[in-house]
Design a protein around this ligand. Structure first.
Ligand SMILES: Nc1nc2c(ncn2[C@@H]2O[C@H](COP(=O)(O)OP(=O)(O)OP(=O)(O)O)[C@@H](O)[C@H]2O)c(=O)[nH]1
Ligand SMILES: Nc1nc2c(ncn2[C@@H]2O[C@H](COP(=O)(O)OP(=O)(O)OP(=O)(O)O)[C@@H](O)[C@H]2O)c(=O)[nH]1
Length: 442
């Protein structure tokens, strides 16, 4: 499972700046998707070859006692409890403050590994930047500049060293696709799990070795095998599964990462909320295959159904690659169809795309619409091959590819999606230019 890094520190020390820096590479992958707004507090990131989740507790002031500040404090507490690593940020320019000391005392009680990070350290002498902060009692402070990017790679290498490198989810023919059922609180996730995999369909499963591991529950339906990925504390209580822990964004993100296919559950009786859109955005960022279940369809009238359809188009337009199903988990309506789409999305995500075919489709797309000129030159696309699965990655080689506008990249994406019928999975295109073999754009 990918480690979760949680950023804590008093206001203005640079937590959001560090969060943005740590999630920037992933940002680029999903930039310019119409309608997609990113969650400013939870993200997926990669530095070097390390993938991780990162949580910014910005605005979650752990010392506040009531009101909105209290709710934010509650979220910060939850994030601290679920962290694999805490980064305690302080301001190298402002020096140590009483507020830093309060936070230090709180973090010491958390029992989680804490690294003290001195931000805004650019241009400061290393010893000067650190001396004052030793007294906080977290060992040698690590100087960084979130704004300039200094010391970030070293920081990540150091704090993630104890965690094994984690591959993307693997599936075998025996266990079938790994499926995560995700959605905000109360949309009917537990009900859907029970409808899908009611007692008789569950194959024996082991509880995880450590609390960090996700639980994988194998089940069989319609003669096919699936594995349900659950990190949200789903436990068997007698005949049914029940969520024993409260909703957790971190655990939702972890489940998405561990799965081949995410089923996003929406509640037809409620408006589409930012939280729905954010969870959908994570699926896209993680590159997972996706099926959307509009649940509680039984509980809404025609007018509400119409309204909901419009809202989905408006707020979740960036999910046009996915299939939507109207279901009632409670009445077990539409669940078979949902699973068929899970199978199809999984197959699309795992497609083998042959080099000659990819190159042919690319050339046909270029013949129909050439890439726009950039200055005096025109980007030249030479050939394409597959660079990965789940999501399918298409690597295009050529010249001046860094000058391709995003709109043209989207055009190519659509051409590949249509030609290979890749419904249900996002697709990534990476570019390798002769001058700069590592430039990527998506
Ligand atoms: N000099 C310098 N300034 C920085 C650095 N990182 C952040 N800042 C500045 O510090 C200020 C606060 O940064 P934020 O990232 O908003 O701080 P924050 O901790 O998220 O603040 P809250 O959202 O209030 O919790 C901004 O003006 C940033 O530009 C840095 O590495 N060097
Ligand atoms: N009318 C109707 N109600 C449903 C349906 N599915 C679930 N519900 C109800 O919605 C409520 C929430 O269902 P849960 O399955 O507990 O929702 P959840 O998403 O697991 O909730 P959390 O555990 O809080 O994340 C319960 O009262 C269910 O009975 C449905 O298809 N139709």
């Amino acid at each position: 499972m990918k480690p979760t890094i949680v950023l804590v520190g008093r206001p203005n020390v640079g937590k959001s700046t560090l969060f943005n820096r740590l999630t920037r590479t992933r940002d680029a992958l999903v930039a310019d998707q119409p309608g997609l707004t990113r969650d400013r507090h939870y993200g997926i990131g990669r530095v070097g070859d390390r993938d991780y989740l990162v949580v910014d507790t910005a605005g979650f002031d752990p010392v506040a006692k009531d009101g909105i500040m209290h709710e934010m404090a509650r979220q910060a507490e939850q994030a601290i409890a679920e962290a694999d690593v805490l980064l305690f940020l302080v301001d190298g320019r402002a020096g140590r403050t009483p507020h830093d000391e309060q936070i230090a005392a709180r973090l010491r009680r958390s029992g989680r590994p804490v690294h003290l990070v001195v931000n805004k350290a650019e241009g400061l002498e290393r010893s000067l930047a650190s001396a004052d902060f030793h007294a906080l009692g977290f060992g040698a402070p690590l100087p960084v500049s979130a704004a300039h990017g200094d010391g970030i790679k070293q920081l990540i290498d150091l704090v993630l060293a104890p965690f094994p490198l984690d591959d993307d989810p693997q599936s075998s023919e025996d266990s079938g696709p790994a499926v995560a059922i995700v959605g905000r609180p109360n949309v009917g996730k537990s009900t859907l799990v029970n409808t899908l995999i009611g007692e008789e369909r569950v194959i024996a499963f082991d509880l995880p070795g450590t609390t960090r591991d996700a639980i994988a529950i194998p089940f069989e339906r319609g003669g096919k095998n699936y594995t349900l990925i659950d990190t949200a504390g789903l436990r068997r209580r007698g005949r049914v599964f029940e969520a024993v822990e409260k909703f957790s964004v971190i655990k939702t993100l972890q489940a998405i990462q561990e799965a081949n296919v995410a089923v996003l559950v929406l509640d037809a009786s409620q408006d589409i909320s930012d939280q729905d859109a954010h969870i959908a955005g994570f699926v896209l960022e993680a590159g997972r295959a996706l099926v959307v279940a509009i649940n509680k369809w039984d509980a809404v009238d025609d007018y509400q159904r119409d309204q909901l359809k419009q809202e989905i188009t408006r707020k979740l337009g960036f999910l046009s690659f996915a299939r939507f199903h109207q279901i009632s988990a409670l009445r077990s309506d539409g669940v078979g169809g949902l699973l068929k789409s899970v199978d199809a999305a999984y197959a699309a995500a795992m497609s083998n795309l042959s080099t000659p075919q990819l190159t042919r489709i690319m050339q046909a797309a270029i013949a129909k619409q050439a890439p726009p000129r950039h200055g005096t030159s025109r980007p030249k696309l030479r050939y394409a091959h597959q660079g990965g699965m789940n999501p399918p990655i298409i690597v295009i080689h050529g010249n001046s590819l860094e000058n391709l506008p995003t709109s043209y990249v989207r055009y190519l994406e659509r051409a590949f999606m249509e030609a290979f019928k890749l419904q249900g999975t996002p697709l990534r295109i990476q570019f390798r230019t002769a001058h700069n073999p590592y430039a990527t754009k998506a």
